[in-house]
Design a binder for this molecule. Sequence first.
Ligand code: PRX
Length: 630
Amino acid sequence: MKINNYNDYEEAYRFSVQDPEGFWAGIASEFSWKKKWEKVLEWDFKKPDVKWFIKGKLNITENCIDRHLPLKAKDLAFIWEPNEPLGEARHITYLELSQEVNRLANVLKDLGVKKGDRVCIYLPMLPETIYAMLACARIGAIHSVIFGGFSAQSIKDRITDSQCKVVLTSDGAYRGAKQIPMKATVDEALLECPSVSHVLVLSRTKQHVNRVKGRDLVWEEECEKRSVVCAPELMDSEDPLFILYTSGSTGKPKGVVHTCGGYMVYTAYTFQNVFQYKAGELFWCTADVGWITGHSYIAYGPLLAGASTLIFEGVPSYPDQGRFWQVIDKHRVNIFYTAPTAIRALEAAGLEFVTPYKLDSLRLLGSVGEPINEEAWHWYHTNIGKGNCPIVDTWWQTETGGIAISPLAGITPLKPGFASLPLPGIQLMIVNEKGKEIKGNGVEGNLCIKFPWPSIIRTTYGDHERCRTAYFATYPNLYFTGDGCKRDEDGYYRITGRVDDVLNVSGHRIGTAEVESAIDLHDEVAESAVVGYPHDIKGQGIYAFCIVGKTQKPKEEIIKDIYENVTRLLGSFAKPDKVQLVKGLPKTRSGKIMRRILRKIAEGELSNLGDTSTLIDPSVVEDIIRDRIV
Ligand code: PRX
C-alpha cells in the first residue's frame, strides 16, 4: 500500500488508471475481511450507482481496533489534550480503545439500536466522541455526527432528516474561556424529534442539566455496567457507515452517505501515503470531528493504520495564540494538519507567540479546507516548519471521503498554493461551462472527476435524486466538484474556490441559501441575498443584502436581530460579517437576483460591474453602492 518515492507514485498512478479494479483489489486485500468481495466495482454515474468490493463482508472497527491488538495493544491510539493547559492529558491505548468502544456498543444495543438505525452524535472533542462513532460502527448503526457549534434548530433538522433513534451528547463543553451548554441545546432540539427514544449524556463540565425520565441516561453509569466484549456486526461493503450533513447550493443541508468497504480502503490508503506515517509518530489533525476531516483523519484513517493521534479539546487562541505550538512541544507532535484560516489568524497574532516554542519534533505540515494563499504557506513553512518540513496542501470534500489531490510528503515536489497532483485512483478532468473537456496544461475551468474511487459519495440520505442533480447532472458522466481550478504548465492543480453558491468561511462550508433562509425569517425582511467577499483571516466573509420595507423599527435593531436569528437558527459560525439594509436587489426581468453584481460590490470592485442593462431597475445598484459597508 505504501508509496516510497516518486517513481512509485507514477507507477501507482498509471496502474490505478489502467486497471482500477486490480489496483484497488490489491490495496483492499491488506485488510481483514469476513468474506472476500465477489466483484471489485460496478458503476454508472448517470443514476448514480457506484458499488465497490461487491458482496464483501467486514466490520470497519475490526480493522481499526481488533486487528492491531495482538501486537499493539499497549500502543497509544490517542493522546487527548484538554482545553485547559494545566488540565491533565489522557493517554488511551488500543486495548483501552477496544474496551471502551465495546462497552458503549453494548449500551447502544441494549437501548434497542440495531444495524441500519441512525444515531446522532453531538459532542465536544473528547476520546468518547470517537468511541461513539466506533461503537455505532461496531453494531452496524449509522452515525450522524453534528458539529458542536450547530444550533438546536440545525440539530432538529438533521435528526429529523435521518430519523435518529438515539442521541449521544455531554452536559456541556469547554471551548477556550467559554462553557457551552450541549445538553440544553439538544433538549431544545428534541422538543420536536419524536424519533429519538434515548439520550446518553456524558459528564464533562458537571453543569446542571435537565433529565427527562425514561429518555435520558448517564453515559458513565451505563458503560460501567456493560461488558468489554462486543461481537462486531457483519456488514456488507456497501452498507452505510455514516451520514454527514454538508451545505450545498440550496437551503437544506445534504446528508452525504459513505459506506463501509470503500471508505475504509480509501481513508487508510490516503492517510498512509499523503502523510507517510511511520510507526511511533504522533499525528495531530486540528479539525473538529463534526466535519469530514475529523471523520477521515482523526478517527478512521489513523486508526486503520494503527497510528497514534492527538485529540485537542480547545481552540488555537486559548489561553493565548501560542496554544497550538505549546501543545506540539508538550506532546512532541510529528505531523501537524490544520486549516489555512488558523494559520492566517496565528500569523496575524505575531511571532512572539511562536518563538517561545522549539517545534523541533515536527516532520510534516498539512493544510486542508480552503485554498492556502502563498503568503500563509511561506509563513507556515518558515516559522512553524523551520524550513525543514514539507507542506501537504490536501484538496478534498465531504463527498470525496478522503484526500483526492495532494503532494505525498517528501515525495512530490512542492509548489506553494498548489494542491499539486491527483492521488492514485483519482482521474481528474477540467471542463468549460458547457462541459467540454479542456485538455492540456496552462488551463483553467471547472473541476470534475471522471472515474469512481472507493470513497465517492453513494447517495444523499433519503433523497437519491438530490445526489444525482447536485453532483452528476451538471456534466453527463462526470462527478462535478463545485470547484474551479487551474492546471499549470507542469500539470499541477491549484484550486481557485467554489463556482457555486457555497461559501467557505474559516474552512466552514456554508450555503448562501441557508443563511438567506435564516435571515428571511425576520419579520421586517422581505428578501435577502448573501454573497462572499475576500477576508484576510477567514478566507471568505459573509455579506448580506436585505430588503426591508417601511418600518418604525430602528435600523440598528433590525441588524442586531438578523445577527441573532442566524446564530439561533444555524450557529454563530454562519453569522454575516456585514449586513446592509437595502430598498431593492438587482434583478433581471425574469426575477433572478444578479449575484454577480452583488459579489463585485461586496468585493469593492465597483468599476467593473459588468453588464447591468438587463436589470429591471438599475437604480437599485446605485443605492446599494452608495450605502455599501466597507
Ligand atoms: O472548495 C473546496 C474546499 O473545501 C470544499 C469542501 O468542503 P468540505 O466538504 O467541508 O470539506 C472540507 C475538508 C476536506 C471544497 O469543495 N477545499 C478543501 N480543501 C481545499 C479546498 N480548497 C482549496 N484547497 C484545498 N486544499
